[in-house]
Design a protein around this ligand. Structure first.
Ligand SMILES: *[C@@H]1O[C@H](CO)[C@@H](O)[C@H](O)[C@H]1NC(C)=O
Length: 329
């Protein structure tokens, strides 16, 4: 996967490194495919869609943002609810979301993790409920803040719309996996305009992946790379690089940054060969993947970026981020 080419001289070194990583991953992947057979890593379709964000068991995937204090009504007071690590507070919030599939009782958590700054408050874990989970109530932020805060989007929550000419893709965000990435997306959601927002690279699954995104035996891993690539290229204000938040694998529907953003891609396939290389921050719900496929099917031109064959849309496809009605999510 490549960014659009530019004149950065470090790019070549990065590319070579990436190639080495890709090749070694391919070899390792090929080994496992041969050794274990193709059926071992494929989660059922349902798991790939809605439930990834709320479901437990995604090892280590419960994170927040340090130096951030979220406000909001407490559903569990922290004065006598204490932990040693922020992950435990995050898990406690997530646990309140599980069960009968009703609305999540907890959608945010605040943990005092800086022993010196917190004093007697050290370890306090406050579980909260936001008035508007897509616009969490931010009390205080910065390096002097001793609190760590995070969001949890349960079933039906944290779904935003990516509007295109061909329909609105519904996207579930995963703040407990990629908290900083999601914070950036929520920021974009508050902007009225998205002038530079567009998809420009579109590559199908070829004959390398099937319609469910499974890689077919003995086939290469692209090109084409089974992805739709675009950028939110928001004008005004310098873009702050998004730190790596590797946690989830790339499945069909996954949305991930290319490097530290803001370019991103939606994957049409399960790219196990890209494990721990991209920050996945959301997923297109399976029933909306038809829209993604439609855009990928638009006319493209052949191009070469840094020695990689790519397919570029003849006409970039603009998009906008917007809220969607909860009931339709
Ligand atoms: C890239 O495209 C060129 C020209 O069509 C072709 O000869 C080459 O085999 C392609 N490379 C890969 C890796 O597909």
């Amino acid at each position: 996967m490549r960014r659009r080419p530019d004149s950065d001289p470090t790019r070549f070194a990065t590319l070579v490194l990436l190639c080495i990583v890709l090749v070694s991953c391919t070899i390792v992947y090929a080994f496992y495919t041969i050794a274990l057979g193709p059926s071992d890593t494929n989660a059922p379709e349902d798991d790939v869609g809605r439930d990834v964000g709320g479901g437990g068991g995604r090892g280590g995937c419960c994170k927040g943002i340090e130096g951030l204090e979220l406000w909001g009504a407490a559903v569990k007071w922290g004065t006598d609810f204490k932990f040693n690590r922020p992950e435990e507070c995050c898990e406690a919030c997530r646990k309140m979301c599980e069960g009968d599939g009703g609305p999540c009782l907890c959608d945010s958590w605040v943990f005092c993790g800086d022993r010196r700054g917190c004093g007697s408050k050290f370890g306090e874990c406050w579980l909260k409920k936001q008035k508007d989970p897509l616009a969490p109530d931010r009390h205080d932020g910065g390096p002097t803040v001793s609190w760590t805060s995070g969001l949890i989007f349960g079933r039906g929550q944290g779904v935003i719309g990516l509007e295109t000419e061909y329909g609105i893709m519904h996207i579930k965000l995963f703040p407990e996996c990629a908290p900083r990435s999601v914070a950036y997306i929520l920021e974009l959601l508050t902007l009225r305009h998205c002038a530079g927002c567009q998809f420009f690279r579109a590559e199908g699954r070829g004959r390398f992946w099937d319609a469910k995104g499974n890689h077919l035996k003995n086939e290469p891993f692209g090109p084409p790379y089974a992805l739709l690539q675009g950028t939110p290229e928001v004008q005004g204000g310098a873009f702050e690089k998004i730190p790596s938040e590797f946690c989830l694998d790339i499945r069909r529907g996954s949305i991930a940054w290319i490097g530290s953003g803001p370019e991103f891609f939606i994957s049409l396939a399960n790219h196990e060969e890209w494990r721990n290389q991209y920050t996945v921050f959301g997923m297109v719900l399976q029933e909306y993947m038809g829209i993604t496929e439609k855009i990928v099917g638009l006319p493209t031109n052949f191009d070469v970026w840094n020695n990689v064959n790519v397919s570029v849309l003849e006409k970039p496809a603009p998009f906008a981020l917007r809220r969607v009605d909860k009931s339709s999510a």
